[in-house]
Write a protein that binds this ligand. Structure first.
Ligand code: HEC
Ligand code: HEC
Ligand code: HEC
Ligand code: HEC
Length: 289
């Protein structure tokens, strides 16, 4: 792990903790998250954490009593309404005429889970199943404790993205990687754009071998963009694409670029990226530019 000047000053405590605990990349997800800003527990050292519990996962997941309407595994928080946002699209003031994919009118999928903290509208410690016996409350209840920072995230436009997402990279948008037709096409019909990594193995200088992969898991079709060494497994360092009922074909969501559990990637130790931002590798893992 290499520390940049920026990450060292911003994140020296977490980095030291990560190193002390023997953190080594994606192999130790739980150790990894403990040293990130997503550790909101009493052991957290980010800008927002509480004395209310020493459990780390509980702010997002519960083993029992989770929200089955959430598109995120074992989700433990109240989700905001998907229609309470403005999204990047071609009719908005920020519009461009170059968009090919259609954008879902409502925020959904994993993006809604991220925004349940990052839109800044509700406390981050609202849990369906609080730690300990008898902690379940269908309406959600505060984990409480004394907060460093605040239970409701502050600071716009980032890290609080707000509910106007027109100034953010599109989410809930069709991934138009393609250039092929028939069964090999990632998205068929008009959303088929050679400007994106598609099903054909990429051979230009950026990400030799990058390719969109798809396979069936439990009867559902899943998609991802292979980065790094091309193999047949989905890894945290691959770009996740999502399936949702209101988008045809795979969609790009917050979780495509970010893995909420792993803070460091390549030479940058911040931002929960799946692929490093160095030399804009994250952008080039989808865009053929
Ligand atoms: C800040 C919120 C947050 C915290 C804290 C968190 N997770 Fe997650 N987790 C998520 C989100 C969001 C997803 C969905 C990611 C996606 O769709 O790619 C997820 C997905 C997962 C998955 C399935 C996908 C994968 O990456 O393997 C597992 C397993 C998981 N979490 C385990 C954990 C465990 C164990 C902890 C505690 C050590 C934890 N998470 C803490 C937000 C969180
Ligand atoms: C339980 C609340 C919670 C959820 C859910 C959550 N986050 Fe965060 N996130 C935080 C907090 C708190 C911070 C630190 C805010 C600050 O810097 O002031 C943070 C910071 C970040 C940062 C900035 C990291 C840095 O080094 O500056 C990124 C990127 C991020 N989150 C992405 C995501 C994504 C993507 C998701 C969904 C997959 C997500 N978060 C879900 C609470 C959450
Ligand atoms: C297309 C890729 C992509 C998508 C999709 C994406 N992000 Fe990011 N995000 C980035 C990159 C790259 C950065 C680092 C920007 C920088 O270096 O300033 C970032 C930074 C952030 C930060 C930290 C900003 C800062 O300067 O402290 C937060 C918080 C964040 N993202 C949350 C989200 C959430 C929530 C979503 C979904 C609504 C999302 N991101 C979707 C690529 C993406
Ligand atoms: C997960 C794949 C993915 C990643 C990673 C990604 N993008 Fe995108 N991006 C898309 C998709 C899909 C669109 C929608 C394009 C379309 O339909 O024409 C898009 C749209 C855009 C647009 C708007 C295009 C328009 O015509 O209005 C810009 C600009 C952009 N991305 C820049 C970036 C940058 C900069 C990064 C890195 C920080 C990045 N993207 C990372 C998939 C990605």
């Amino acid at each position: 792990m290499k520390a940049t000047g920026t990450s060292l000053t911003r994140w020296v405590t977490g980095l030291a903790l990560g190193l002390a605990m023997g953190m080594s990349g994606a192999a130790f997800a739980a150790t990894g998250i403990a040293a990130t800003k997503h550790n909101l527990s009493s052991s957290g050292s980010g800008p927002n954490h509480t004395t209310g519990t020493d459990q780390i996962c509980v702010f997002c997941h519960t083993p029992h009593g989770s929200d089955t309407s959430a598109a995120v595994p074992l989700w433990n928080k109240n989700l905001p309404a998907g229609n309470s946002y403005q999204v990047y699209n071609s009719t908005a003031a920020s519009a461009t005429s170059t968009i090919d994919g259609s954008i879902a009118a409502n925020v959904g999928s994993v993006s809604l889970a991220c925004l349940s903290c990052h839109d800044g509208t509700q406390a981050m410690d609202n849990a369906l199943n609080k730690p300990g016996t008898g902690g379940y409350n269908a309406a959600g209840a505060s984990i409480g404790g004394t907060w460093t920072g605040a239970a409701t995230m502050a600071g716009t436009p980032i890290p609080v993205l707000g509910t106007d997402l027109r100034n953010d990279h599109p989410i809930g948008i069709q991934y138009c990687g393609g250039g092929l037709s028939g069964a090999a096409a990632v998205v068929s019909g008009s959303c088929n754009d050679d400007d994106f990594i598609g099903a054909a193995t990429r051979t230009d200088s950026h990400f030799t071998g990058a390719v969109v992969k798809t396979k069936s898991v439990n009867s559902a079709q899943v998609f991802w963009v292979e980065t790094g060494t091309v193999d047949t497994t989905r890894q945290k360092t691959d770009i996740s694409l999502y399936t949702r009922s209101d988008v045809t074909g795979p969609s790009v969501e917050c979780g495509s670029c970010h893995d909420p559990h792993v803070e460091s990637k390549g030479s940058d130790n911040i931002m929960f990226m799946r692929v490093t931002t160095a030399a804009s590798a994250i952008c080039l893992s989808c865009h053929v530019k």
